[in-house]
Design a protein around this ligand. Structure first.
Ligand code: 17E
Ligand code: FE2
Length: 435
């Protein structure tokens, strides 16, 4: 007898969709087989009823230390990155371990309910006491059986421009972060920006860690730290262990430089993370009309063979007052913001919050629906990824390491309409979109 059987799920592979039964035992996928009339005995059976089965959503970029602090001690009225940093700097002295832990765990529960079981969170380490870091290290252990949480040592106020910034970064590495961050566009000078990347690379290499830098999050076409980061990734061989996040200045680069940059980024094998919800709101704030979008060149970078993922960045904090920790919402916004609207492109947006984000985190064999891998997945009452994005479908079932941790029933609306009896509204697609 196995622990868990999922009957009749719709699995989409390179060969197309098929109905499968999934056998799970001891938290691991044991078999993925064409659906059968004689399935094995199982302690628990989930009837998927044709729902789409997918590996869980992956959040490649969020700031859990700041989450749920919007309006504390004041609201970001201008909507700029800079006022957000100032508000956060005023909130930081009030941080306590319990405060950070409770807010971060609350939002992780939202993520889990939405089917997100892998999260990379930045944590500000420009704080003499490293209060938020210690709180999130504790959270990482507490949630370990349900969500894998990667922590990035994020020097919000600079490595070179903040007092003892370098030492604090190293101390964070010593305390056990997974990833080293940077913020070169925030450093006082271009030289400091370049040096901050070198410091980050040095610490990452000495501690055997990955890198995820906030890079060029500014509408300044002269902010070009991505070329430095990518070149370091290439020359050190760190390659896909390096990620450049935000990269919003790319929205302002001229065509000639963009062409050159695509080559450098693709050659380096680094990942990019675009945060469409937040950077649509933060960027362009110093423009009159025409007003720039300020986003990563997602379509062009994908075409160049670069791995790009979509992140949420913020949930109710000084930089962004909205958010429900739902990657499908992020993918939906990302499709619009980066003009990825052809049917295959919308499906690509789904990949940018699932397997492309998983690649960014380096999850490897720890992710995906295949025998021998951890039995973590979602069931989505939808026909395919396009359908998930269009209707912003939430998972009916979320399973982590073989344990059912969340269920969401359908919530139909009954409509009375001229000439028709009261009936449930059906938002199902009217026309097949061939994917
Ligand atoms: N800090 C930063 O530098 N940029 C951001 N987008 C957020 C925090 C959310
Ligand atoms: Fe960020």
């Amino acid at each position: 007898m196995i622990d868990l059987l999922v009957r009749g799920a719709r699995l989409i592979t390179a060969d197309g969709p098929s109905l499968v039964d999934i056998h799970i035992d001891e938290g691991t996928f044991r078999a993925v087989l064409p659906t059968s009339d004689q399935p094995p005995e199982a302690a628990t059976v989930i009837d998927a009823n044709g729902a789409l089965i997918s590996a869980p959503f992956v959040e490649p970029h969020v700031h859990l230390d700041a989450t749920l602090t919007a309006g504390e001690p004041r609201w970001n009225e201008s909507g700029t990155l800079w006022e957000g940093i100032a508000c956060w700097s005023e909130r930081k002295p009030m941080l306590t371990r319990n405060d950070v832990r409770d807010r971060a765990e609350e939002v992780l529960r939202w993520y889990a309910a939405n089917g997100t079981l892998h999260v990379r969170s930045h944590v500000d380490i420009t704080d003499e006491n490293l209060v938020a870091l210690d709180a999130l290290l504790e959270v990482r252990e507490r949630v370990r059986d349900v969500i894998t949480l990667q922590l990035v040592a994020f020097p919000q106020e600079g490595i070179c421009s903040f007092p003892r910034g370098e030492e604090l970064l190293e101390e964070a590495a010593r305390r056990g972060v997974d990833v080293i961050g940077a913020i070169p566009h925030f450093e006082d000078t271009r030289e400091d920006g370049v040096r901050s990347i070198d410091v980050a690379v040095d610490v990452a290499q000495r501690y055997g860690l990955r890198i995820d830098a906030h890079c060029d999050e500014i509408d300044d076409e002269q902010s070009r730290f991505i070329e430095v980061l990518a070149t370091r990734a290439h020359r050190t061989g760190m390659r896909e262990r390096v990620t450049a996040s935000h990269t919003t200045a790319m929205g302002s680069y001229n065509a000639a430089y963009s062409y050159k940059l695509r080559r450098i980024v693709a050659r380096a094998g680094i990942n990019l993370v675009c945060n469409p919800l937040v950077n649509l709101h933060l960027q362009g704030r110093f423009d009159s009309y025409p007003k720039r979008r300020g986003l990563t060149q997602v379509k062009e970078m994908l075409a160049a063979g670069v791995n790009v993922a979509f992140g949420h960045d913020d949930i109710m904090d000084p930089w962004y007052p909205l958010g429900t920790a739902n990657p499908v919402q992020v993918a939906h916004a990302g499709a619009h913001a980066t003009q990825l609207m052809a049917p295959t492109e919308v499906a690509e947006c789904f990949r940018m919050v699932t397997d492309r984000a998983a690649a960014t985190l380096g999850l490897g064999d720890g992710y995906g629906i295949d025998t021998g891998r951890p039995a973590s997945f979602v069931l989505l009452p939808a026909t395919d990824p396009f359908d998930v994005i269009r209707r912003q479908v939430r998972p009916s079932h979320v399973v982590s390491h073989g344990a059912l941790i969340a269920t969401t029933p359908a919530a139909p609306t009954t409509l009375t309409w001229p000439g028709r009896d009261a009936e449930e509204v059906d938002f199902q697609r009217r026309r097949d979109v061939v994917l």
